[in-house]
Every structure is written in structure tokens, then in C-alpha cells.
Design a protein around this ligand. Structure first.
Ligand code: NAP
Length: 339
């Protein structure tokens, strides 16, 4: 049976990851749609061959309706808002109920973060490294209380009903230049340090944190999309088997925090180049559930599926250390523009 070109809805195309993904999206393989809120980007998107719908992501009826008209939804926004992903799920299930799939099982792909696997205490279990190979029972390791993880769990459960395919990509710290804005993770550490005039770390800072250049992440997402397009009725790879890690390197929390502290101290923006230790039981009261994200928690993982899916995985992009000066300069640029 020859299937028509799949219709792909990308939500978050103007963001840090979304704007980097744009050149990787194949117009030959997909009919691409997007919902975005700025009228100024409509022409740009249309001229890039993308159908643009003006709207806001708080309009869940629009999200549900548009999702019901496509085969694949890529979620690059609102990772912590469960209602947003639920609206997409309802739309795709409606497509199935209405018999509109044309032989192609609808699929949602969501970008989530490594913090979904961080224990609230931030304390590391020695030698533990998570793998995303099917059969590794990864879903059992997802946190029960991080807001990001609640949506992950909901999607896994939806996928196990087998009506639609659900895939979740867990990315580490994403760094590197993007056309629209700077990444938020290094920026979060720097902004917190500037506000408190010190750089803090959880416990002894030996927690390991994965990272990935934004271009590598986009390359991976584009391969995953093609895989879904080519295998529309995949029996495996959904629900608790549809989980993927995306990282090309990793660092110790302390390594990154010390590098940032030393640069900030040279500019007299923090009081000391030394890190201030935060006890794990203070993370939640002081910084809330996003605390471990701000510092980088402890979630080393093996991106085994990415290695299988993407030729030359790990090759050809700047390291986090090469990108750090640009990331930090980006924060100051944003702060100055914001004045
Ligand atoms: N970057 C990372 O390090 C990382 C790592 C793991 C997971 N993630 C998750 O992946 C997703 C994408 O990350 P990102 O860094 O690319 O985020 P981002 O730069 O903040 O982009 C968010 C996107 O969502 C759009 N958006 C947000 N609220 C909207 C609304 N009410 N109506 C319409 N559009 C709205 C933004 O549109 P505007 O351009 O109009 O603002 C933008 O296109 C996020 O959910 C994030 O939590 C990111």
C-alpha cells in the first residue's frame, strides 16, 4: 500500500530547539504545519514551506483540533504542562476514532529532559547508568514528582493503550547556537548565581549530567521523524518502549559549576570562585522541584538508540566547554537588552 506524505505538526518551532530544527525538517518527506503566536514569523514560515496557523498554546481546543488533522505531532514546548500534551493526545485519538488515519497510526514525539530521572534528593546511586534500549525498564525509573515527569508518565500510559504511538526523547543539557535564542540551562545557572552572588552545587557535586549540542539533538529528532514516517504502524517503540536518550557527552556537576564560577568571579559578579554547598534536603525548600535542573542533577545515561539511528553520532560539533563563553555572553546580552 502506498501511503501519502505524513502530515507533521511541530509545536514550538520558533523556540531554541525548534528554530534549530527547521533546516533539518524534510519538506519532501512531510507536509509540515505549525501553530505559533507571533504574526511577524508567519511570512518566514510560509516561505520556508511550512503551513503556519496563528494561535496560542493556551488554546487547548485549537491544539486538539489541529492534532486531529495530522499524523505526527512533535512537542517542543510546554514540557511541564500536562494539559498541553493531553490535548494533543485527545486530538490524535479522535483521528483514530473518526477513521481518518489512512492506515498510518498517529504518533506524538515529545522532548523531555534528563531531570525526569533525577531523584529529589539529587544524591547519586554509585555506578548507576541508565540505558534506553528496549527491555531496560526505563519507565520504572522516572521520577514520581517532577512536573516534567508527570507528563512523561501520562504519555507512556497513553501509548500503552496502542491506539497511538508515543515517543519521548530525554535530552541532557542542550547547548550551542540557535537562530532564535540562547539555551536556558547555562543561563539558569548564571542568572541564579548573579542573583545570589555565588555559585552553588548540590552535595559534593559528583553527580554526572549528560549534555548535547543543539545541532546533534536536531539531527537526532530528524532521524526519529523519518523513522516514524517510514514505519507508521510500528508495533514496538511506543509506551514504555518508546523512550530515547539524547546526549553526546557528560560532565560532573562540579566541573561546569566551577568553570562558571571562575568566569563570573573574574568579572567580580560573584563573591568567590569557590562553590557553595547546598545539602540535598535544602534543594526542594530553596529552589523547588526545578532545583536539580538548575544545578544539573545526577542522571548519567547511555543514548544507545541514538547511536543505532544516527550515522556518526557524537561527531562534528563544539563541546560544552568550547560553547561556554558564548552561552555566558548570551546571558549578559539578554540582560542588557532587557534593561
Ligand atoms: N533547551 C533545553 O535544554 C531542553 C532540554 C530538555 C527538554 N527541553 C524541553 O523542550 C521544549 C523546547 O525547549 P526550548 O529550549 O526550545 O524552549 P523555548 O526556547 O522556550 O521554546 C518554546 C517554544 O514554545 C512556544 N510557546 C511557548 N508558550 C507559547 C504559547 N503560550 N503560545 C504559543 N507558543 C508558545 C515559543 O514561542 P515564542 O517563540 O513565541 O516564545 C517557542 O516556540 C521545552 O518544553 C523544554 O522544556 C528543553
Amino acid at each position: 500500500m502506498s501511503l501519502r506524505k505524513p502530515r507533521l505538526l511541530v509545536l514550538g518551532i520558533t523556540g531554541y530547539v525548534g528554530s534549530s530544527l527547521l533546516p533539518y525538517l524534510s519538506r519532501d518527506a512531510f507536509e509540515i504545519l505549525t501553530i505559533h503566536r507571533s504574526p511577524y514569523t508567519s511570512n518566514l514560515l510560509q516561505s520556508a514551506g511550512i503551513h503556519s496557523i496563528l494561535g496560542d498554546f493556551t488554546d487547548l481546543e485549537l491544539i486538539e483540533k489541529t492534532s486531529s488533522e495530522v499524523d505526527i505531532v512533535l512537542l517542543l514546548a510546554k514540557a511541564e504542562v500536562i494539559e498541553f500534551a493531553q490535548a494533543v493526545g485527545r486530538g490524535l485519538m479522535k483521528r483514530v476514532r473518526d477513521g481518518k488515519t489512512g492506515g498510518r497510526k498517529p504518533c506524538v514525539i515529545r522532548l523531555s529532559g534528563a531531570e525526569s530521572f533525577v531523584r529529589e534528593s539529587g544524591v547519586r546511586a554509585e555506578g548507576e547508568r541508565l540505558s534506553d534500549l528496549p527491555g531496560s525498564k526505563l519507565a520504572d525509573r522516572i521520577s514520581w514528582n517532577h512536573p516534567m515527569a508527570l507528563t512523561d508518565r501520562m504519555l507512556i500510559q497513553t501509548g500503552s493503550l496502542s491506539l497511538i504511538t508515543t515517543k519521548i526523547v530525554f535530552a541532557g543539557l542542550v547547548y550551542g547556537r540557535s537562530p532564535s535564542r540562547i539555551g536556558y540551562q547555562v543561563a539558569s545557572i548564571v542568572n541564579l548565581a548573579l542573583a545570589r552572588r555565588c555559585v552553588e552545587m548540590i552535595s559534593d557535586g559528583t553527580g554526572r549530567w549528560p549534555s548535547i549540542h543543539v545541532q546533534s539533538l536536531c539531527k537526532f529528532l530528524s532521524h526519529l521523524l523519518i523513522d516514524v514516517a517510514n514505519n507508521p504502524n510500528q508495533a514496538n517503540g511506543s509506551g514504555s518502549e518508546g523512550l530515547y536518550f539524547a546526549s553526546t557527552s557528560e560532565h560532573e556537576q562540579k566541573e561546569l559549576l566551577e568553570a562558571i564560577a571562575s568566569k563570573l568571579h573574574l568579572q567580580n559578579l560573584v563573591d568567590s570562585p569557590n562553590l557553595k554547598v547546598v545539602a540535598p534536603n535544602h534543594v526542594l525548600p530553596l529552589f523547588g522541584r526545578r532545583g536539580s535542573l538548575v544545578f544539573g542533577g545526577d542522571a548519567p545515561f547511555e543514548p544507545a538508540r541514538a547511536r543505532l539511528l544516527v550515522p556518526d553520532w557524537e561527531k562534528g560539533t563544539a563541546s560544552l566547554w568550547d560553547s561556554l563563553p558564548m552561552e555566558m555572553a548570551g546571558v549578559f546580552g539578554v540582560r542588557q537588552r532587557g534593561r
